[in-house]
Ligand binder design. Sequence first.
Ligand code: FAD
Length: 398
Amino acid sequence: MCNSKTFSCGPGDGCYDVAVVGAGPAGCLTAAIAARAGLSVLLLEKRRLPRDKICGGLISSRALALLPPGVLPPQGAGSPVTAVRVHGRRGRSYLYRSSELLGMVVRRGHFDFLLSSYASACGAVLVQESPLVHLEMQHQGPAPWQSLYRLHCGGPAPATYHARCVVGADGARSRCARLFGLRRQELLRPAGWGYTKTVEPPPDGAAEAETVHFFTLPHLGGLGWSFPGEGFVNRGVGAPFKPSLLKREYRRLFPETTAAAGAAAWPLPFTGPLLKPARGNLLLVGDAAGLVDPFSGEGVYNALKSALLAGCALKNAFSEKRAAGPLYHRLFRAHFGRGFIPAMAGAALLHARCLLNPAGMPRSIAAIMLNRHWFKRDLGPAILKDHLYCEEGVKTWS
Ligand SMILES: Cc1cc2nc3c(=O)[nH]c(=O)nc-3n(C[C@H](O)[C@H](O)[C@H](O)COP(=O)(O)OP(=O)(O)OC[C@H]3O[C@@H](n4cnc5c(N)ncnc54)[C@H](O)[C@@H]3O)c2cc1C
């Protein structure tokens, strides 16, 4: 589709309809949807896949519901979760068991690799070890075929590509956000941090199979977790504090695991969605657009949801000869437009409840994982799946 009357170029000349920067969940799904819509898609990833990602690895059912069928194999993608235990003060804990699947604990390296394989299978050209370092506008015009961007990539084999639309899916420290002129700083401030380690499962780990554990911290606005996966446990803390304070909390909660190597902290951009997530034919998705949930630190659900919205905007921009940015912005506002103040106020209320009345929290967390919480008016999956997939003849959503 890239060949146009205005500028002639195609994938053979390193020119694509869409370049997606970053092969995390947001980037892979955006690339897959755009490629399935018949667009030529370049997916750039700065590291070699599969790569590790600092994450708790809990993928909620509401996030799993956004994945097209066949992305995850029926066996071996992760460990099922059907129960939530919240640990309050003075050693008390509260359990909620669900009759439904609440989510899955995965190794993020493996999970993201499956998503990138799906994007490749859909026709996206994946180029690994190719970090975007600079972006230039070559031609400017409202519609995608009237604009052209030049992408300069570093890594072991530096290369230059051209694309009519660019999607920044490069995570919390997004370079795209700054190159697009949509964010001045490296991080959204005030952002929080997550600190996590993957350790061997304890010998009694089987006692509470399929149960994820959350720990209230003695300050407002933080949670600890212990998520059991297949042959590992992911233990971490996330809060709007500095990493040094998080490490202290981690040592307090998990004194037995502090000797293990491999702990790392990474920013959690949970201060509310960007007010402006797009410009011209430049779009930001996932963490790059500030989409981590301010209560739970969950980010994969919103990353996938923003990818569906971006895919939809790209498809419509090319077919209706319109700019992708405003189309995406409109969808983004409708789905994430609560903004900073309500998002943070809601998160503060939930955290306060977690400290004062932890007994009700396991059920609330389960409701969030199933996308049934009263607190969130989420148009979510039902609308998106109809909008994006049914017209493509994929009717097997469950
Ligand atoms: C400690 C911690 C625990 C978390 N736990 C959970 C959890 O249990 N469940 C959950 O749902 N969410 C969790 N999150 C949030 C979740 O990890 C993120 O929201 C999610 O990964 C966002 O996906 P993304 O695709 O936007 O970005 P990412 O997954 O960060 O992917 C970005 C990709 O872009 C690549 N990249 C970066 N720069 C460039 C460049 N210049 N050029 C090319 N490629 C580039 C990176 O290598 C990476 O592959 C956690 C986060 C943290 C920090």
